[in-house]
Write a protein that binds this ligand. Structure first.
Ligand SMILES: *Cc1c(COP(=O)(O)O)cnc(C)c1O
Length: 397
């Protein structure tokens, strides 16, 4: 079938919640994707920071096939082996104590909020607690996660949202401190803001918020859905800062394409928060996603992908800095590891669209940032190819 027919078919049946690029993807191999016409694309988007291992990773897909043949789903009324292996690995990688698996990032955020509320409820003997979140943040589209997403445009049509959320300025400690009161049960932010425009947390900010939380028995929730799983050069981005959250969320690269998320907490939080009957999920943590997470973590550890990210990052940063230097309308580069943003005064949506025509997938963040979140397995030659393609797009603007 022709591309246009596929697109027409999709637009007739799918709810139009995305303005998609006119690209029908068919299969992938390593860092490359191929469309239904056989065209090749170098992928620096990774399905929005999901495909950390790239595409068609044979060992990974073999593990999925084997599990599919064995057992897909059983519900959480019984135990299964793949998910206990996955949980054990995730605990070890994060230093957290307890894991709850979800089906998406937004559900991980929902669970994190519920855990924090229940903790404060158990401690105080009453409900009615508040959460502090950040402007320009992104935590998901379900009502709870949307309630802590600091974006008026996303929120407004769906109000009233969850009450008791206050918004502070990211990386401004005073702005957070001034919102704390005796009702505050949690402070939530992304260790590196993703959708908002690739802003890493400052060292003083994250340390200051941690202290504030310790002083008032407030729980620090770090959203690692996009920046976690090795992307920044540590397994989880907060591990750069010498602080530890009370609750953290993960998703995106956690399953490398299999839909799975998780929220994790320390034992201290677990003891006083969600108990039998407080939270649940039918699919969450089924044997199939368990096999996926277990294998992803096994491969990342064995192949030392975090170390690889650390090694390749300076090269990517240097090459991007050269590009920013070359074009006046490029204003800055910022980011951590393989989560990089380039600020552009020329329309970023147009740049991303033109890049597709040159065989390069990149995405955008905020209103003026080009976002690069490639598979973690990229090598220098992929960086070079990306730069050559992006440069040719920019030169034509
Ligand atoms: C993508 C994302 C989410 C939402 O995850 P979904 O799987 O799309 O529900 C939440 N927080 C952050 C930081 C994200 O990047």
């Amino acid at each position: 079938m022709k591309k246009e027919s596929y697109i027409q078919k999709a637009e007739e049946a799918l709810l139009h919640t995305y303005n998609r690029y006119p690209l029908v993807l068919d299969h992938g191999e390593g860092v490359y994707l191929y469309d239904t016409d056989g065209n090749e694309y170098l992928d620096f988007a990774a399905g929005i920071a999901v495909q950390a291992l790239g595409y068609h990773h044979e060992e990974y897909t073999k593990a999925l096939k084997e599990q599919a043949d064995k057992l897909l789903h059983t519900s959480n009324l019984y135990y299964n082996v793949p998910i206990m292996n996955a949980a054990e690995r995730l605990k070890k990688a994060s230093g957290m104590d307890r894991v709850f698996f979800t089906n998406s990032g937004t559900e991980a955020v929902e669970g994190a909020i519920k855990a924090a509320k229940k903790y404060a409820y158990t401690r105080d003997g009453h409900a009615g607690h508040e959460v502090i979140a950040m402007n320009q943040s992104f935590h998901g589209r379900s009502i709870g996660a949307l309630s802590v997403t600091g974006n008026q445009h996303y929120q407004q049509p769906f109000e009233p949202l969850m009450p008791g959320v206050k918004f502070a300025e990211f990386n401004q400690l005073e702005s957070v401190a001034s919102l704390v009161n005796e009702k505050t049960c949690a402070i939530i932010f992304e260790t590196v803001q993703g959708e908002g425009g690739i802003y890493p947390a400052d060292m003083e900010f994250i340390k200051g918020v941690r202290e504030l939380c310790d002083q008032h028995d407030i729980l620090l929730i770090l959203d690692e859905i996009q920046c976690g799983m090795g992307r920044t050069g540590e397994m989880f981005a907060w591990q750069h800062y010498g602080v530890k959250p009370d609750i953290m969320t993960s998703a995106k690269a956690l399953g490398c394409g299999v839909p799975v998320g998780a929220f994790l907490m320390t034992e201290k939080v677990a003891e006083k928060s969600l108990q039998p009957g407080d939270h649940g999920t039918t699919y969450g943590g089924n044997p199939f996603v368990g096999a996926a997470v277990d294998k992803v973590l096994e491969i990342m550890e064995r192949d030392q992908l975090v170390r690889h990210v650390k090694e390749i990052t300076p090269y990517l940063e240097q090459r991007l800095d050269e590009l920013v230097e070359k074009y006046d309308f490029l204003k800055a580069r910022r980011g951590m590891g393989l989560m990089q943003g380039v600020v552009s005064e020329k329309p970023v949506g147009q740049i991303a669209a033109k890049a597709i025509e040159k065989g390069l997938l990149i995405i955008t963040a905020g209103s003026d940032v080009l976002r690069l979140v490639p598979p973690l397995i990229i090598e220098k030659n992929h960086v070079d190819e990306m730069l050559q393609k992006l440069d040719s797009v920019l030169a034509e603007l």
